[in-house]
Design a protein around this ligand. Structure first.
Ligand code: URP
Ligand code: ZN
Ligand code: ZN
Ligand code: ZN
Length: 462
């Protein structure tokens, strides 16, 4: 069994900051001790002097190779997990999709086929239920037993993924029975489709209109509704990709009543805005995602929510489509632009920048990027922390290095960066995945097939 000693660094978890050395034996963390209190020998020593030693990131929201709008998100599990590793993320949770008319199992099997043997870091799955009915409700229990304990439903996208209120309620009731967690895409898709049609009829065809028709109040309305439905069902609910301050207010109100209501936001909502959607020459298409980027004034509520724990998790919703050939599908009709942004590589760095900028503390950085997603989705304490017995998913992070984000240097398989030219203080230096080096001194040493499927337990939300 290989022994690795990570020495001299500041170990940061969601709860502590300690100047301790970390001993890794094989794939697990064996022990932590102050440098002068142990006489450990090791096969490999990583000098982390002046650096942070943090848990590998857990990105609980990605879409690799996802069919959408007549095309396919352009990171495979191979390229997407390699990019994740470059950015210090060692676990992704991707969304398997039930084919319409097919079974949940068929969707899971298809996703295993895409991922197995191809990943650089570990992966798990949520399930998108595209058709809530007697049969699929009955299949949810078997999925929980197979380690897929969370189910995404859509109040948006009528005719594609949309579930009506009755279907949402029934899935929540079922989740309450089996210990599952319902994840909601909370936008009023029926109303949005009316506004889309009206905008197109007025000749409003540019990407910026995507943001206008997907009104913040229609996110807030759907958020309010799914919270009430979850309350009636006696089930917890997790709202994905929250972007509107009015939606945050709904979460705050519910949580003030003590309801098990949780929320996630994404770096694009914290760092980008509808100004990007309005970029000329169709450049705005690069920023089309749903929920949409909002006016910059919404960001304060998101940062506050992250500080007050009214928002618990930051995931990427990584769903990349190339500008050339894919985003292009919506030239002349914003409603045909495939929805989604690339981001799996940059979440840890952007959130470190948030520490540098004073939005969050270092421990909160680790909480929202590692520990909380692991707990929320039944991976803790195997993932999301540095403690004896945990998987040795460890990142040595240089908090002083400077880097500039760019499509010219990133590792995602997409022809643009949503953060082109953005300066970041901090950089991932070394990454271990289950004790195995994947990145060493900022050079990739990982390989396809190292990453394994991680079945998840029930959500440990609190
Ligand atoms: O625009 C987005 N978010 N694309 C991915 C699908 C989803 O709704 O999460
Ligand atoms: Zn969504
Ligand atoms: Zn998504
Ligand atoms: Zn390996």
């Amino acid at each position: 069994m290989t022994r690795t000693l990570i020495t001299g660094g500041l170990v940061i978890t969601a709860s502590d900051e300690l100047h301790v050395d970390v001993l890794v034996e094989g794939s697990r963390i064996a022990a932590l001790a102050t440098p002068d209190s142990h006489g450990w020998t090791a096969d490999r020593v990583i000098d982390a002097t002046g650096k942070y030693v943090i848990p590998g990131g857990v990105d609980a929201h990605t879409h690799m190779e996802m069919p959408f709008g007549g095309t396919m998100s352009c990171d495979t599990f191979e390229t997407g997990t390699r990019a994740a590793a470059w950015g210090g993320t060692t676990t992704i949770i991707d969304f398997a999709i039930q084919p319409r008319g097919g079974s949940l199992r068929q969707g899971v099997d298809a996703w295993h086929e895409k991922a197995e043997g191809n990943c650089a870091v570990d992966y798990a799955f949520h399930m998108i239920i595209s058709d809530v009915n007697e049969s699929t409700l009955g299949q949810m229990g078997a999925l929980v037993e197979a380690g897929i304990s969370s189910f995404k439903l859509f109040a948006a996208y009528p005719g594609v993924f949309y579930s009506d209120d009755g279907q949402i309620l029934r899935a929540m009731q079922r989740a309450a029975d089996i210990g599952g967690l319902i994840m909601m895409h909370a936008e009023n898709g029926i109303a949005i489709d009316v506004l889309v049609e009206q905008a197109l009829a007025r000749g409003e065809r540019d990407p910026r209109h995507h943001g206008e028709v997907r009104h913040a109040l229609l996110e807030a309305e759907a958020t309010h509704r799914v919270i009430r439905l979850s309350q009636v069902a006696g089930a917890p609910v997790y709202v994905v990709h929250v972007s509107a301050e009015e939606a945050v207010a709904e979460l705050v109100q519910a949580r003030d009543k003590g309801l098990p209501v949780f929320g996630e936001t994404c770096p694009q909502y914290l760092f980008l805005s509808d100004d990007n959607l309005a970029e000329p020459d169709f450049e705005g298409a690069k920023y089309v995602c749903s929920t949409p980027l909002r006016p910059r004034e919404h960001q304060a509520a998101l940062w506050r929510g992250l500080r007050t724990n009214d928002l618990q998790v930051v995931s990427t919703d990584h769903c990349p489509f190339c500008f050339k050939g894919q985003k292009d599908l919506g030239r002349g009709d914003f409603s045909k632009i495939p929805n989604g942004l690339p981001g799996v590589e940059h979440r840890m760095d952007l959130l470190h920048q948030a520490v540098v900028d004073g939005h969050i503390t270092r421990r909160r950085w680790i909480e929202i990027a590692c520990a909380a997603p692991a707990r929320m989705f039944g991976l803790y304490p195997r993932k999301g922390t540095i403690a004896p017995g945990a998987d040795a998913d460890v990142v040595v992070y240089d908090p002083h290095a400077e880097q500039v984000l760019s499509a010219g240097t990133h590792h995602m398989n997409v022809d643009y960066s949503a953060y082109e030219g953005k300066r970041i203080t901090g950089r991932v230096e070394t990454v271990l995945s289950r004790g195995v080096p994947v990145l060493e001194d900022a050079a990739y040493v990982g390989h396809r097939g190292h990453g394994v499927y991680v079945p998840r337990g029930l959500s440990q939300y609190s």
